[in-house]
Design a protein around this ligand. Structure first.
Ligand SMILES: Nc1ncnc2c1ncn2[C@@H]1O[C@H](COP(=O)(O)OP(=O)(O)OP(=O)(O)O)[C@@H](O)[C@H]1O
Length: 329
């Protein structure tokens, strides 16, 4: 469904060039639900805008839905749905009107646009809201309307840019369910960007991790997590026993990455559960009283940390680089 090779895009603003995307290769097969995960400013939206023909690549090539991005952008547009980050609904328009208008823009007759509007409002749980002004919808409802608009021409490949940003946990879970259904009930292929680790983990079959305009890892959530060497263990002890506890932990078979933080020792071992009895015995023998213990399976954040030396959460804290619109294709 998607095949991109060396896709790159740079922006030049006031004599300064930003290489937003530095030559990425992307393959997405029919029926896959693929996540594009990375911190703010990593290059996710720029990649998505190139794949959806909204931005001309500075280098590289791609076919999307079987059509060449450069030579047949119209073919690409006919075959894809795109749910942009900010959405695109007119505030003073009614829900059903908005969907029907979209249908007319895609060349449907008035009757077909009406029929399709009714289908989509039902599919996306918007039926009772079809006469409401879009500005009165909640964040989750507006997101579902954005999805309805992107589905008007029944595309088999759908791009989502940060589908659940700004939504409360319940609306996020609801949107994940709708996203899954697009695949299970309509056979759609989905490509979504996200900076939420849990979203990528629970929703996607496969994840591409992007950082600084480059894909740094790719695989199923489980295969990515298996790259992190072992489980994380955090042992709480009294302040004055921290360094002694760190020595004890460091002597466990396979223990590595031993660090100390206020009143706790953290380290990794190949299997947290089997290391526990040894650790408890060794602490006891050294006369160290333990106040708490936690074992954590690797998370996607650990994967990002292993790959880039930064936590995705920390990477999120920094302000994104300013966006200055220049030389947009
Ligand atoms: N029109 C533009 N002009 C100049 N720089 C831009 C432009 N669009 C994006 N950039 C820069 O390109 C880089 C990648 O931005 P992009 O929006 O693709 O990141 P992102 O991963 O989607 O981030 P976010 O999660 O915040 O949307 C950033 O440094 C950004 O400031």
């Amino acid at each position: 469904m998607i095949r991109a090779r060396g896709l790159a895009r740079s922006f030049t603003a006031r004599g300064r060039t930003v290489e937003a995307v530095k030559g990425v290769d992307i393959d997405v097969a029919e029926g896959e639900l693929v996540g594009f995960l990375g911190p703010n400013g990593a290059g996710k939206t720029t990649t998505l805008r190139m794949l959806t023909t909204l931005l001309r690549p500075t280098a590289g090539e791609a076919t999307v839905g079987g059509c060449d991005l450069r030579t047949d952008p119209l073919g690409v547009r006919r075959r894809i749905g795109y749910v942009a980050q900010g959405g695109g609904t007119a505030p003073e328009c009614k829900v059903l009107e908005e969907i029907e208008l979209q249908g007319r823009l895609y060349g449907l007759s008035k009757t077909d646009a009406h029929r399709r509007g009714a289908e989509l409002t039902e599919q996306l749980d918007l039926s009772g809201l079809d006469q409401r002004l879009t500005k009165t919808l909640s964040g989750g409802q507006r997101r579902r309307l954005d999805i309805a608009l992107s589905l008007i021409h029944d595309p088999k490949l759908i791009f989502f840019d940060e589908p659940t940003t700004g939504l409360d946990p319940q609306s996020r879970a609801n949107l994940w369910e709708h996203t899954r259904r697009l695949r299970s009930e309509h056979g759609a292929t989905l490509f979504l960007t996200t900076h939420y680790l849990d979203e990528a983990d629970s929703l996607c079959d496969r994840i591409l991790v992007i950082d600084n305009g480059e894909i740094v890892a790719e695989g199923t959530p489980d295969s990515l997590k298996s790259r992190v060497s072992g489980d994380g263990v955090t042992v709480g002890v009294a302040e004055d026993s921290v360094s002694a506890a760190a020595e004890v932990a460091g002597r466990l078979p396979g223990a590595h990455e031993v660090t100390t933080v206020d009143g706790a020792v953290t380290f990794r071992v190949p299997r947290g559960d089997t290391a526990m009895p040894d650790l408890l015995r060794a602490l006891d023998a050294a006369g160290i009283a333990m106040t708490s213990i936690q074992v954590q399976r690797p998370t996607l954040d650990d994967v990002f940390l292993t790959l880039t030396g930064r936590s995705l959460r920390d990477a999120e804290q920094g302000p994104p680089a300013p966006k200055e619109a220049v030389h947009v294709a």
